[in-house]
Design a protein around this ligand. Structure first.
Ligand code: PLP
Length: 438
């Protein structure tokens, strides 16, 4: 693989990349070179210089089965022989319908209607539009705001940015022009930190104060991801559900990061036995192969929208329900749930990773540069006292053969579910070395 790329060609490519190609949240030209990846197999990335680090990020939560998986490869190539893409307006196809059946089957019972979006951010936009259209159709157009949770992250498009925590450092630049939403106080910190009576009273009065103008509450269930990798108590999520019911608000749960087993339950909301009215999924949906997400809703929401002005949901992407993505997503869900007959499923994989992360990160607790070490499912987080020098931390972890992408004061991992105990131990050794180097 590497031989296919001459050294000079790689050099030219990285130099061009730096000058001309935007990367996530980066300056142009880039502050430093991005690592060229020429292939990826199993849990490993193959870099042009010959290194093969373990991907401790699963390509940002997505590559749960690792890379170059024979079953997923076959799903794409089989579908490619039939049809790479076709418009979804007025046409349908077996991969989309098959995937919708699987999603309806795997989500809580009232979620029966599926809208296929092309990225997580769009799935959240669609969820927000569903909530606004629903209330408008019910004769409540004044309910046009969202109630969102401090510390949350929901994507980078305009409506999504408005429901992200403005202080998370990503979206405050647009503060004056974003829709103005209502913010609930952040959940008390930690999975085991039950909200007390005073906290719940404060939350309830915040919701009551604004309920007349709010269409929906939106939250990430139990794990707040890019807003700070915080875990919170299931009781907080139950409180949000109860308050939504009390005030006639919809509950949108963003399962884009937490979905498909990552937090140790198949859905993050399963920790709290909470069922949303609208649910957004993405990232691991296609096993990280292709860009696809989905927004599910209840029959009531779907009917409400469809009986209202406009007669339908006002969204329709060109690449909606892409057949290649739908095929690989269906194959990924079968792998995850053990329907392929391998005798393994997400639960055994995630719980083995959880144990390995807990054991492997134990030595970081109490280190001088570390404020907190936490693990939930296949997510391991070291929160540092000071913001980390990302380049320095990445140098340490790459020297240990592990690719991570820390941000702010977070060094964290969400390994592919196929990771062996030895591979997870390599990741935790690298994280521990990074924490010691602070
Ligand atoms: N919602 C959550 C909880 C996420 O973690 C992300 C991505 O990090 C998104 C939404 C946006 O998804 P995408 O990056 O696919 O647009």
């Amino acid at each position: 693989e590497r031989a296919a790329w001459a050294a000079e060609e790689i050099e030219r490519l990285t130099a061009y990349d730096r000058e001309h190609v935007w990367h996530p949240y980066g300056p142009m030209p880039a502050a430093q070179e991005n690592h060229p990846v020429v292939a990826a197999h199993g849990v490993r990335l193959v870099l042009a210089d010959g290194r093969e680090p373990i991907d401790g990020m699963s390509s940002w939560w997505a590559a749960v089965h690792g890379y170059d998986h024979p079953v997923l490869n076959a799903a794409v190539t089989d579908q490619l022989g039939r049809m790479a893409h076709v418009m979804f307006g007025g046409l349908t196809h077996p991969p989309a319908v098959r995937l919708a059946e699987l999603l309806v089957d795997l989500t809580p019972e009232p979620l029966t209607k599926v809208f296929f979006a092309d990225s997580g951010s769009v799935a959240v936009e669609v969820g927000i539009k569903m909530a606004l259209q629903y209330h408008r159709a019910q004769g409540r157009p004044e309910r046009h705001r969202l109630l969102t949770v401090r510390g949350g992250y929901h994507g980078d498009t305009f409506a999504d940015m408005s429901v992200c925590d403005p202080v998370n450092g990503m979206h405050h630049l647009f503060a004056g022009v974003l829709p103005q939403q209502v913010f609930a106080p952040p959940p008390p910190g930690g999975y085991d930190a039950e909200p007390d009576g005073a906290y719940l009273d404060g939350l309830a009065s915040r919701v009551a104060e604004h309920a007349h103008e709010v269409a929906a509450i939106i939250a990430e269930p139990v794990v707040q991801g890019a807003g700070g990798m915080r875990f919170y108590a299931p009781a907080y999520l139950r409180a949000l559900r109860d308050l939504a019911d009390e005030h006639g608000l919809l509950l949108i749960l963003d399962e884009i990061a937490t979905g498909f087993g990552r937090s140790g339950a198949f859905w993050g909301a399963d920790h709290a036995q909470v069922v949303p009215d609208i649910m957004c999924v993405g990232k691991a949906l296609t096993g990280g192969y292709l860009t696809m997400a989905a927004t599910l809703c209840t029959d009531e929401v779907a009917r409400g929208i469809s009986e209202g002005e406009g007669g339908g949901l006002m969204h329709g992407p060109t690449f909606m329900a892409n057949p290649l993505a739908a095929s690989v997503a269906a194959a990924s869900l079968e792998l995850l749930t053990g329907r392929d007959g391998r005798g393994r499923d997400w639960r055994s994989e995630v719980s083995a990773i959880e144990s390995a992360l807990r054991a492997g990160l134990a030595d970081t607790i109490g280190l001088p540069g570390v404020r907190d070490t936490r693990v939930l499912g296949a997510i391991g987080v070291i929160e540092t006292v000071e913001p980390v020098d990302v380049t320095a931390v990445q140098k340490v972890t790459m020297d240990h053969g592990v690719w991570l992408r820390p941000f702010r004061n977070l060094i964290y991992t969400m390994p592919p579910y196929i990771s062996t105990p030895d591979e997870v131990a390599r990741i935790t050794t690298a994280m521990t070395a990074a924490a010691r180097s602070l």
